[in-house]
Write a protein that binds this ligand. Sequence first.
Ligand code: HPA
Length: 237
Amino acid sequence: MTPHNHAKPGDYAESVLLPGDPLRAKWVAETFLADAKLVNSVRNCLGYTGTWNGKRVSVQATGMGQPSLSIYVHELINTYGVKNLIRIGTCGGLNADVKVRDLIIAQGATTDSAIVRDAFPGFNFAPLADYGLLRSSVEKAEAAKLRYHVGNIFSSDIFYHIEPGLEGYGRLPAHGILGVEMEAAALYTLAARFGVKALAICTMTDCLITHAELSAADRQSSLKDMVALALDVAVAG
Ligand code: HPA
């Protein structure tokens, strides 16, 4: 038990999917998992454990942004012994080759967040995905014929920039950054700190270059592809 999580020791599986939205955690549990049981509902930040293809797996919401994610992830690792953490999120597009509905498998996560910067005075740490989870997700995305990109994303602390449009992203798009979300860099940094494995997979839902947006119907089916992929990766190890 922690101030943010009333699950008991052993309530979480070794592998946990991490959506931001609590209702997405509920949807994943109800749509994909067999025998799903609610293990946490403190602050309505829902967590469930069930099985996928007969193997135990959990899903826990993190809330939005790196401070919120860091609380849940720190406790999943240090209180509940979680070993594999796979973020399933959405992101904005910062590269014209990435189309709405495409998956971005985040090899690295650049950030403006003090949560990462201030942990390494004098250095610029490079938050990276676990290579085994990354390779497994690429192989499975390939086999399922999903459209995907592998590369660097931007985990921002800011959704509403002061500058209009792409201006708030400075030189990042010109340095190969594929998309923007708000959680992966802190996840990768905590995984590195505590010696566990992490990966972030994002569906690109709104392109900041073309202003294309995913329709409501496509959003549901593309999220299904992403969740099935993440569950396959989660139980493979
Ligand atoms: N910015 C930050 N996070 C996001 C976005 C965005 O445009 N779209 C989906 N998650």
